[in-house]
Design a protein around this ligand. Structure first.
Ligand SMILES: Nc1nc2c(c(=O)[nH]1)N[C@H]1C(S)=C(S)[C@@H](COP(=O)(O)OP(=O)(O)OC[C@H]3O[C@@H](n4cnc5c(=O)[nH]c(N)nc54)[C@H](O)[C@@H]3O)O[C@H]1N2
Ligand SMILES: Nc1nc2c(c(=O)[nH]1)N[C@H]1C(S)=C(S)[C@@H](COP(=O)(O)OP(=O)(O)OC[C@H]3O[C@@H](n4cnc5c(=O)[nH]c(N)nc54)[C@H](O)[C@@H]3O)O[C@H]1N2
Ligand code: SF4
Ligand SMILES: [Mo]
Length: 786
C-alpha cells in the first residue's frame, strides 16, 4: 500500500488529497495535512474520490456508432472516423458548421485548460458555447467592462476581511466559486472569531445563512435593486471613500446619478425588504474597517445578472475596498502573465479594452460575450435551416441536455446532427447522442494543475500533482485525446500529438523573444524550448508558463533579483529562486506564494487606463432595472430557485453510491405557508409548470425557503434511455431545466435566468412511477477538518 498526493478536481476549492493506493487501485482518500493551501481539509466528495475513480460505469474504451448503435472501438478507429467525417463537413459547410460545447469539468483538468482554445482556433468556428453562460458570464462581462479584462476578477480577501456581504452563494454546500478557498466554511467561522461580520443575502436560509450575523431573505432576482439602493445610500449619506483608488476611477459622479432613483424606499417592495434594513446594510459596509462584497451563482444567473455583478464591484470600489488587503484583490497566479514594469507615473498604460457583441448568433442575434454565444441558443442554431447552421457538435466535458434549458428540445436537435463527438467518461444524457465518445481516464490516472482556480484563489500558491497511478492498459490521457482531436479536425490526422504542444510552445516563445519587456527577449526560441523539462506535452507547456510567469525563473534571467524574487518559491522562508516545473516538483504539497496583495494598476486593460465605473453597456441596461422597481409579482405567485447539495456536483455525481441518497434528493422545497395556501402535502408529488414545460417532483415542506419561492436542484433527470449510469438512473429525479424554454436571458452576458423565474404548482393525484419513494436518509457524511 502506498500513498500519493492528488489535488481534488471535484470543486473549485482545489483541496490537496492523500490517496491510498493498493496496486494500481485507489482505495481511500483523505485531506493532505501537508498541502500548503488546504491543510488537511476534505469534504465528502473528496473523501469519495476512490469510489468515483473506480465507478464501474466509467467508459473504458472509445465508443463509435455503427448502424445506429454505439459499440466499443479502438482509438485508431475512433479518430479515423472523426477525421473522415469532420473534414468534408467543414470543407463543404464552413467553419461555423461546427459547434463546440465546453462543460464545467474543463476548468478542473489540465487538458481542459490547455487544448480547447487550440481546438476552437483550429476549427475557426464562432459557435462556441460553454457552461459560463449558465453560470459566471455576468461576472466576466462586468469585470471586462470595469477593468478592461473579463478575466480580471477580484476575489474577497477571505482570511483578512472585517466584513463579508455575500449574495447568492452558499459556500457551505458548494465550497465556494470564483473564490477558491479550501475549507471555506472554516474560513467563514474564522472571520467571525476574529470579530468580523458576515451578511448573507439569499431567498433560502442556507447552511451559510445559518452562520451569518445578518441574514436577508431577499426576493429572487432583486439583488441589483438592493445593491443599487446600497450605492444610493453611500452617496446620499456621504459614505463613499475611494481611498487609494481615487485617482484610478472615472465615472463616479455618473454612477451617483445613475442610482438616484434607487432609494431604499423605492426598492423595498421589489426586494421585499425594509428600507431601514437596506440603510443598515449600507452603513455597516461603509463602517467596516475592511469589507468585501461577493456575489455568486444566485447573483449571476438572474434577470439582471450583469448589472448585479457590476454593482458588486461598484460597492467594493466606492468603499475603497477594491485592491486593498481585507477587501477584494486580484490574485497573481504562477501561470498568469507577469506584471508589466510599473510606468514612471504609476498610471496604467491604456489597454485594448473589452468589447461585447463583436458578432451575433445567427438565429436570434444574441451578441457574443468573451467569444461565446449563449448555451441556451444552441438548439435553435442546430435546428434552423440556412447558411451557417450547426451540423456537427464537439462536446468536451459537457452535459447540456441536463444543464441547459429545454433538454428535450436539445435531445431532438442533437439527434438531427450530421456528426457529434463527446469527450466524456460517461455515456449519459448528452454523450448518448454522439457518433464517437472518447473517454478520458479516471482522475487518479491524470496529472493535475489548476490553471483557472489559482487565478481565483484567496491566497497565491502553486501546486502540481502528477498522475497518482499509471495509465491503465488501453487508456489514453485526456491531453492526448484533445491533441489527437485537434489534429483530426484540423486536417493533420495521424500527426504526432506532441506536434500540437510544440506548435503552441513555439508560438508563445516566438512572441516572448520579440517582447522587449520579456526576460527572454532576443533569445533563440529553439534554445529555450530545449530547456523545457517535463515528460509530456502538457508538462512542457506548464513549465513554459511557470518560467515566463510572475514567479518564474525567466529561463535563468530572473534568478535572484526578479520583481517577484521575494516570493518564497523554495519554501525556505527567504526569497527564493525563480519557479520552474522542476522546482515545483520538489514540493509535492505545493509552494505558498503569500497573501493576495494590491496590484493596481497592472490588471487594468481599459482604453482609458482607469477603472471605468459606468460603462456604456451597463448604463444602457439600467432602464430595464428601473422598470423592475414597480414589479413586485402578483400576490400568491411563486418563483423557482435552485440549490446545491454538498454530496452532489451538477449532473455527473449521482452515480456514486456513497454520494447519492439521503438528503441529496431532487425534491421541490416550499414554505409551509405556501403549501397550506395551495393545499399541498409534504412528500406528495406536485406538478411544476413554467414557460418551457412541466415536471413532477416530490414536495418537501420546509421553512428554509422564504414564502413566494420554491427550490428544485439541477443536474437530475437521469431517466433517458441509452445511458450507462446505473446508480443515477435508479433514482433519476427530474430535470429542472425542462421548465425553461431558453428565452429568459440576461441580455448583456447571454446567461440563462436559472434563478427567479415564475412557476405554477398543482397537485398530482397519481404518483408518477418514475419517482422513488421518500426513503430515510442514511447516516449523513460530514466535512472533516483537522
Ligand atoms: N437550473 C440550473 N441549471 C444549472 C445550474 C444551476 O444552478 N441551476 N448551474 C449551472 C452551472 S454553474 C454549471 S457550471 C453547469 C454545468 O454544466 P455541464 O458542464 O454541462 O455539466 P456537468 O454536470 O458539470 O458535467 C459535464 C460533463 O463532464 C463529464 N466529466 C466529468 N469529469 C470529466 C473529465 O475529467 N473529463 C471530461 N472530458 N469530462 C468529464 C461528466 O460526465 C458530464 O457529462 O450547469 C449549469 N446548470
Ligand atoms: N456540492 C456542490 N458543490 C458545487 C457544485 C455542485 O453542484 N454541488 N457546483 C459547482 C459549480 S459548477 C459552481 S458554479 C459553484 C456555485 O457555487 P455557489 O455560487 O455557492 O452556488 P449555490 O450553492 O447554487 O448557491 C447559490 C445560492 O443563490 C441563492 N439564490 C437563488 N436566487 C437568488 C437571488 O436572486 N438572489 C440571491 N441573493 N440569492 C439567490 C440560492 O438559494 C443558493 O443558495 O458550486 C460548485 N460546487
Ligand atoms: S471541497 Fe471537497 S470536492 Fe471540493 S476540492 Fe475540497 S475535497 Fe474536493
Ligand atoms: Mo458552475
Amino acid at each position: 500500500m502506498t500513498t500519493a498526493p492528488r489535488i481534488c478536481p471535484l470543486c473549485e476549492a482545489t483541496c490537496g488529497l492523500t490517496l491510498t493506493i493498493e496496486g494500481t487501485r485507489v482505495t481511500g482518500a483523505r485531506g493532505d495535512r501537508d498541502d500548503v493551501f488546504s491543510r488537511g481539509f476534505v469534504c465528502p466528495k473528496g473523501a469519495s474520490f476512490g469510489e468515483l475513480d473506480a465507478d464501474p460505469d466509467r467508459l473504458r474504451a472509445p465508443l463509435v456508432r455503427v448502424d445506429g448503435e454505439l459499440r466499443e472501438a479502438t482509438w485508431q478507429e475512433a479518430f479515423d472516423l472523426i477525421a473522415a467525417r469532420m473534414r468534408p463537413l467543414t470543407e463543404e459547410h464552413g467553419p461555423h458548421s461546427v459547434g463546440v460545447v465546453l462543460g464545467n469539468p474543463n476548468v478542473h483538468t489540465m487538458a481542459g485548460a490547455l487544448y480547447p482554445p487550440l481546438l476552437v482556433g483550429a476549427l475557426g468556428t464562432r459557435n462556441l458555447f460553454t457552461a459560463s453562460t449558465l453560470d459566471q458570464m455576468p461576472k466576466h462581462v462586468a469585470c471586462g467592462l470595469l477593468f478592461g479584462d473579463p478575466n480580471a476578477i477580484p476575489v474577497p480577501d477571505l482570511d483578512h476581511t472585517g466584513h463579508l456581504l455575500l449574495l447568492g452563494a452558499n459556500p457551505l454546500d458548494s465550497n465556494g466559486s470564483l473564490c477558491t478557498a479550501p475549507d471555506f466554511p472554516g474560513r467563514l467561522k474564522a472571520l467571525r472569531r476574529r470579530g468580523g461580520t458576515l451578511t448573507v443575502v439569499d431567498p433560502r436560509r442556507t447552511r451559510t445563512a445559518r452562520i451569518a450575523d445578518r441574514y436577508v431573505p431577499i426576493r429572487p432576482g432583486a439583488d441589483a435593486l438592493l445593491l443599487a439602493a446600497v450605492a444610493h445610500v453611500l452617496f446620499a449619506e456621504g459614505l463613499t471613500d475611494l481611498g487609494a483608488l481615487a485617482g484610478q476611477v472615472q465615472g463616479v459622479s455618473e454612477v451617483r446619478d445613475a442610482v438616484r432613483d434607487f432609494a431604499p424606499e423605492a426598492v423595498a417592495a421589489g426586494c421585499d425588504m425594509d428600507a431601514e434594513e437596506i440603510r443598515t446594510i449600507a452603513r455597516e459596509l461603509a463602517a467596516a474597517p475592511t469589507a468585501a462584497v461577493y456575489g455568486r451563482v444566485g447573483s449571476c444567473t438572474v434577470e439582471h445578472g450583469t448589472v448585479t455583478s457590476w454593482l458588486v464591484d461598484v460597492l467594493n470600489i466606492l468603499t475603497g475596498n477594491l485592491d486593498r488587503p481585507g477587501g477584494v484583490l486580484f490574485p497573481l497566479s504562477a501561470t498568469d502573465r507577469a506584471p508589466a514594469a510599473p510606468s514612471a507615473t504609476g498610471a496604467a498604460v491604456p489597454g485594448r479594452g473589452f468589447a461585447l457583441g463583436r458578432w451575433t448568433s445567427r438565429v436570434s442575434g444574441h451578441p457574443e460575450a468573451k467569444g461565446e454565444l449563449p448555451l441556451a441558443a444552441i438548439a435553435e442554431e442546430i435546428e434552423t435551416p440556412g447558411e451557417g447552421r450547426i451540423r456537427a457538435v464537439i462536446a468536451l466535458a459537457a452535459n447540456p441536455v441536463l444543464s441547459a434549458p429545454d433538454g428535450d428540445r436539445l435531445d431532438r436537435a442533437l439527434d438531427g446532427l450530421d456528426f457529434m463527438v463527446s469527450v466524456d467518461p460517461y455515456l449519459n444524457e448528452t454523450s448518448r447522442h454522439a457518433d464517437v465518445v472518447l473517454p478520458p481516464p479516471p482522475p487518479a490516472q491524470s496529472a493535475h494543475f489548476d490553471f483557472a482556480f489559482n487565478a481565483l484563489a484567496v491566497r497565491n500558491q502553486v501546486r502540481y500533482t502528477p498522475a497518482a497511478v499509471p495509465l491503465e492498459e488501453g487508456r489514453m490521457d485526456e491531453s492526448e485525446i484533445h491533441a489527437r482531436l485537434i489534429l483530426a479536425v484540423g486536417g493533420a490526422h495521424g500527426a504526432a500529438p506532441a506536434d500540437v504542444d510544440e506548435a503552441a510552445i513555439g508560438r508563445v516563445l516566438g512572441k516572448a523573444v520579440a517582447d522587449p519587456s520579456s526576460p527572454v527577449r532576443g533569445r533563440d526560441p529553439k534554445e529555450l524550448s530545449a530547456l523545457l523539462t517535463g515528460g509530456t506535452g502538457p508538462e512542457r507547456r506548464l513549465d513554459l508558463k511557470l518560467r515566463l510567469g510572475p514567479y518564474g525563473d525567466g529561463f535563468g534571467a530572473n534568478e535572484g533579483a526578479g520583481a517577484w524574487a521575494d516570493a518564497d518559491v523554495d519554501g525556505d522562508g527567504s526569497g527564493g529562486p525563480g519557479l520552474s516545473l522542476a522546482r515545483l516538483r520538489e514540493h509535492p504539497h505545493g509552494i505558498d506564494l503569500g497573501p493576495l496583495r494590491p496590484r493596481l494598476p497592472d490588471p487594468l486593460k481599459t482604453r482609458s487606463g482607469r477603472i471605468e465605473l459606468l460603462p456604456a453597456p451597463i448604463a444602457a441596461d439600467l432602464p430595464r432595472l428601473r422598470a423592475a422597481l414597480t414589479r413586485t409579482g402578483r400576490p400568491g405567485s411563486l418563483v423557482l430557485v435552485g440549490r446545491r447539495h454538498l454530496r452532489s456536483n451538477n449532473s455527473w455525481m449521482h452515480n456514486v453510491p456513497a454520494l447519492a441518497g439521503g438528503s441529496n434528493r431532487c425534491t421541490l422545497q416550499i414554505h409551509p405557508d405556501d403549501a397550506a395556501r395551495l393545499g399541498l402535502r409534504d412528500a406528495a408529488p406536485v406538478r411544476i409548470t413554467a414557460d418551457g414545460g412541466a415536471v413532477e417532483a416530490w414536495l418537501e415542506i420546509t421553512d428554509t425557503v422564504r414564502t413566494g419561492v420554491v427550490s428544485l436542484p439541477h443536474g437530475w433527470g437521469h431517466d433517458r434511455p441509452g445511458t450507462r449510469t446505473a446508480v443515477a438512473s435508479a433514482r433519476p429525479g427530474v430535470n429542472v431545466n425542462q421548465l425553461l424554454d431558453g428565452s429568459r436571458l440576461d441580455p448583456l452576458s447571454g446567461t440563462t435566468v436559472l434563478n427567479g423565474f415564475p412557476v405554477e404548482l398543482s397537485p398530482v393525484e397519481v404518483p408518477p412511477v418514475k419517482m422513488p419513494p421518500v426513503e430515510p436518509p442514511p447516516v449523513e457524511l460530514r466535512e472533516v477538518r483537522p
